[in-house]
Design a protein around this ligand. Sequence first.
Ligand SMILES: NC(=O)c1ccc[n+]([C@@H]2O[C@H](COP(=O)([O-])OP(=O)(O)OC[C@H]3O[C@@H](n4cnc5c(N)ncnc54)[C@H](OP(=O)(O)O)[C@@H]3O)[C@@H](O)[C@H]2O)c1
Length: 263
Amino acid sequence: MLIQGKTVWITGASSGIGEALAKELAILGATLILSARSADKLEQLRSVLPHPERHRIVPLDLASCDSIRAAVTPVLEQGISVDILVNNGGISQRGLARNTCIEVQREVMEVNYFGIICLTQLLLPAIVQNKGMVVTVASVAGKVGGQSMAGYAASKHAIIGYMDCLRAEESQNGLKVLTICPGFVQTQISVNARTDDGQPYGRMAGSIAGGITAHDCACGICNAIEKDKREVVIGKGLSALAPTIKRIWPGLLMTIAARKNIR
Ligand SMILES: NC(=O)c1ccc[n+]([C@@H]2O[C@H](COP(=O)([O-])OP(=O)(O)OC[C@H]3O[C@@H](n4cnc5c(N)ncnc54)[C@H](OP(=O)(O)O)[C@@H]3O)[C@@H](O)[C@H]2O)c1
């Protein structure tokens, strides 16, 4: 799908992959609707994009369907049409399954799963009418499990499953559904990750620091959109190879995962 001239709604635009992707999409000629909770960061981003007057910010909290509905309804009532939704906003979690409190497990699922499906459902009629695309930034963790990420991996497995079903249901209506599975990307994801009791992890993990740049990830996502891909893995090293290893040698991947904490 050609990005130029399209209206793209992107969540998680205040930081990391979403911020880098917003810049690339704007350069490629898209009109953007930028969402996250941090309105100040979104406004700052908007001001540095090409043609800032074309783009709008719509703050919302993915953990609350009420917040999402309240943000989306006025935009739709203004008759603004959306061609591409990029479900990118999300949070991570670091801690053993045996220790992580249920409130953290629920928060991760609210943001990374329920928030996404709520927003997608609200925008779907407009996107289907435009024969547009729903893009979801899931994760390699949505393909393979590992240590210290049970809640995060479960939320990403869930959203990949949901998007596979949406693609099966709506492709005959012209909807394209693209799932992005990044490996490690240099962003604030581990800094903001929830620990066992919900406190932020607060540090850049070594795996994240050694990942690809957010800009490279954003370019990979734009390329996948323009080539009408359905699912792509973007990354380097073991994190990017893991889904292939699991498909061909599942036992080997499980042995590696049990021996090595690759977070
Ligand atoms: N970095 C990696 O290694 C990696 C790998 C695989 C997948 N991913 C996925 O990539 C996506 C983007 O993450 P990132 O790496 O760019 O991390 P990031 O720098 O921490 O950015 C996360 C974004 O999500 C937004 N967000 C978080 N909670 C939200 C909420 N409740 N409501 C609305 N927006 C919320 C944040 O904005 P506010 O705080 O302003 O709300 C921020 O814009 C996530 O879905 C993540 O799971 C990342």
